[in-house]
Design a binder for this molecule. Structure first.
Ligand code: C2E
Ligand code: CA
Ligand code: CA
Length: 410
């Protein structure tokens, strides 16, 4: 168990008075390993340094240059492994909205503090702090990897595909899987893609990475198809993959060599990535792949800024509603509005809908009530190794019956 003095805390606030006051309050409560920054840039440098990386950040929302919301986005990009407490003088609604954003980015949040912060409120929030539990899917190390290490990992085939099922909400049938890559690191254990995809993209390794993931996924698809399991296999395609026309030839060749039909392969493209660069080349590649009957899926729908423009320009077959708008949408009117709008847009455009992040029975019931086509999430199954798949499928079939997942609600 960590004692208070072992927990590294970073306070980020542009107001020097607040920095001083919070540092003092924390010291009075035994938290002596505290650093302060008055701007986001300095704070990111503290986070990037393994020796100073905090376990917990107290983050002010209102700051002149980089505000708290923008800072949260950078936290994701910098693979920040710790927790967050939002501190703000803003009203409850703004804090709540910010909290939702943080959740959508999957950064664990302890809670929020209204200014003026009192010692009692601070103590209340910190008493909830626990060091992260580790399970078999939780990475044990947080260090940053170099391009060289990643290059070697790809060459040595240390990247392993996991497959997360997508099931029909109406029939319970398993329709397909999404391929999610992990790094089985010799000493650090299981490393999640959030910690190496960006490194691959920035160091021209993403084509090699995607080729490995795709090759393994196609081999697996072939095995499933030969055993009579006609699963649709999805892979994630990075915007950087779509920067050169070679990618299209590569995909077509690999699929042809594997003797698979393009209809059974889904390419998931994240829209915020699509927006970035010159859109013409990706657009051409995606349109051509679509002509060859590959399935195109727009990933993380609702999180970018030009979702509508992407829908207008690219002939997607499938729309994946981001997990940030799915889990708990049954009880939260804002999430529900975004979920409903995404669903209805997809239906009008004749696209298949997939809800990501279905975590419990409430989420599942919402999908059923609203007619979403496919469900993906931990309620159905966590991402699996190929070897675990058939056992899971048998259990799922049973669950659909015993838990009455297709029956009208009581
Ligand atoms: P994504 O495409 O949005 O994938 C879904 C992520 O949500 C996966 O995280 C999955 O494990 C997680 N997830 C699934 N069910 C639930 C749930 O019920 N609740 C919650 N909270 N999360 C759930 P993962 O595997 O860590 O992947 C993260 C991202 O990395 C993916 O997001 C995808 O954008 C990217 N990625 C994964 N594999 C590849 C790849 O081969 N190539 C590229 N370019 N990107 C990849
Ligand atoms: Ca995806
Ligand atoms: Ca997604």
């Amino acid at each position: 168990m960590h004692s208070a003095s072992q927990i590294n805390i970073l306070i980020l606030d542009d107001d020097p008075f607040i920095l001083k006051m919070l540092t003092k309050m924390l010291a009075n409560q035994g938290y002596t390993s505290v650093r302060t920054c008055d701007n986001g840039r300095d704070a990111l440098a503290v986070i990037d340094n393994a020796d100073t990386r905090p376990d917990l950040i107290l983050l002010d929302l209102n700051m002149p240059d980089m505000d708290g919301i923008e800072f949260v986005r950078y936290l994701v990009e910098h693979s920040y492994p710790g927790d967050l407490v939002l501190v703000s003088g803003e009203d409850e609604r703004i804090l709540k909205t910010a909290e939702k954003l943080v959740h959508a980015h999957q950064i664990p949040m302890l809670g929020y503090l209204h200014k003026p912060v009192t010692p009692d409120k601070l103590a209340g929030i910190l008493s909830a702090w626990k060091p992260h539990a580790t399970d078999d899917q939780t990475p044990i190390s947080h260090r940053l990897y170099s391009a060289e290490e990643l290059r070697a990992a790809i060459a040595n085939r240390e990247l392993v595909n996991y497959y997360q099922p997508k099931v029909s909400v109406r029939t319970g049938d398993v329709i397909g899987v999404e391929t999610l890559v992990r790094w089985h690191h010799a000493t650090d254990g299981l490393i999640f893609p959030d910690r190496f995809i960006r490194i691959a993209e920035e160091n021209h390794l993403i084509n090699e990475l995607t080729t490995l993931v795709l090759t393994n996924a196609l081999n697996q698809a072939k095995i499933w198809h030969q055993s009579g399991l006609m699963l649709r296999v999805a892979i994630n395609v990075s915007m950087d993959n779509l920067a050169s026309l070679d990618f299209q030839d590569l995909v077509v060749n690999l699929v042809t060599q594997a003797g698979l039909s393009p209809q059974t392969i889904v390419l998931e493209v994240t829209e915020s990535q699509v927006m970035g660069a010159d859109a013409r080349v990706p657009l051409e590649i995606l349109s051509r792949l679509r002509l060859k009957r590959f399935h195109l899926s727009i990933d993380d729908f609702g999180t970018g800024h030009s979702s509508m423009a992407q829908l207008r320009d690219i002939p997607f077959d499938e729309l994946k509603i981001d997990q940030g708008f799915v889990h708990r949408a049954w009880t939260d009117v804002t999430l529900r509005a975004i979920y409903d709008a995404s669903l209805s847009m997809a239906k009008q455009l004749d696209m298949e809908t997939v809800a990501e992040g279905v975590e419990d029975l409430h989420d599942w019931e919402l999908l059923r009530q609203t007619g979403c086509d496919l469900a993906q999430g931990n309620f159905v199954s966590k991402p699996l190794l190929a070897a675990e798949f058939s056992n899971w499928a048998a259990t799922w079939k049973q669950r659909v019956r015993t838990e009455s997942l297709l029956q009208p609600e009581k």
